[in-house]
Design a protein around this ligand. Structure first.
Ligand code: OOG
Length: 265
């Protein structure tokens, strides 16, 4: 994975400096103003530059020993687009440090939220969307913990792209062989918090079919020169709006036919 070096300038913005700002906010558990609010006059943070900032943030994490573990798709459902006020599909990168086993330390997060997901396990290298059909080794119900590094969880599209699509953590339930899953286009999803139903939805909300989201992930990664490696996980995107994840909460996400995954905050 090629990274941007500090001082790299795109659209007049200093990619390395913006990445350092986001990385520090995450490490110091502190919300910062949106990048797009503080740009020097005459400069602009476009979508391409925002992805360069995202990559530079990931490179900083890799320099500290984290390894790439997958890809997440964002805003693949209307519910999320409406909740966050944006209207384009985005993607971000997952690292091994983001994988949540049974509990997530929310004291390390600014204003965490959680949402139900459909997850894919990659079994063979994927370099383009054409590789996807033979590459899926497993399907699972999952969750994603989001944490915007921006004040009030408020951002424009380039801001959230630069902030690695608000990625903070993720977990998956038991893997199922893809040919054992009857129909991925309408998996009922229920997210309970402390035994109360917090969100319900259908995988149909994810671009009509989560496989479409996986193909988009493969295409976007391929364009960025990233191969989806065996063992990587792709989060297809939330099927519902995200809800706050307070300390002490116990969350259970169930997918019809896919079992469930639980996490304690
Ligand atoms: C951005 C991440 C969106 C999804 O599943 O739509 C996302 C955010 O809402 O903060 O992961």
């Amino acid at each position: 994975v090629a990274g941007d070096v500090p001082g790299d300038v795109a659209g007049g913005v200093d990619v390395g400096e913006l990445a350092a700002r986001l990385d520090a906010a995450a490490r110091e558990v502190r919300a910062i103003p949106r990048l797009t609010d503080g740009l020097p006059p005459g400069t602009e943070l476009g979508v391409d530059a925002a992805y360069r900032v995202q990559r530079a943030v990931i490179e900083r994490r890799r320099a500290r020993g984290e390894r790439l573990a997958g890809v997440k798709m964002g805003f693949t459902s209307r519910a999320k687009m409406i909740q966050m006020g944006v209207d384009d599909v985005i993607w971000g990168l997952l690292t091994d440090a983001m994988l949540v086993e049974s509990s997530v330390d929310v004291s390390r997060l600014v204003h965490p939220r959680i949402e139900p997901e459909i997850a894919f396990l990659i079994g063979r290298p994927v370099r383009s969307a054409a590789d996807v059909d033979t590459a899926v080794a497993g399907v699972a119900v999952g969750f994603e913990v989001l944490d915007s590094r921006y004040r009030d969880f408020s951002f424009t599209l380039p801001d959230v792209i630069a902030d690695n699509a608000s990625a903070a953590g993720f977990g998956v339930g038991p893997w199922h062989a893809p040919d054992r899953v009857a129909d991925l286009t309408n998996v009922g999803l229920v997210m309970e918090i402390d035994g109360r139903v917090a969100q319900t939805g259908s995988s149909a909300a994810i671009l009509g079919d989560p496989l479409r989201s996986l193909r988009a992930a493969a295409r976007l990664a391929g364009q960025a020169g990233i191969t989806l490696e065996p063992g990587w996980i792709v989060l297809a995107g939330a099927a519902t709006a995200a809800v706050p994840l307070p300390a002490g909460a116990h969350v259970r996400v169930t997918g019809a036919g896919l079992g469930r995954v639980e996490v304690t905050a």
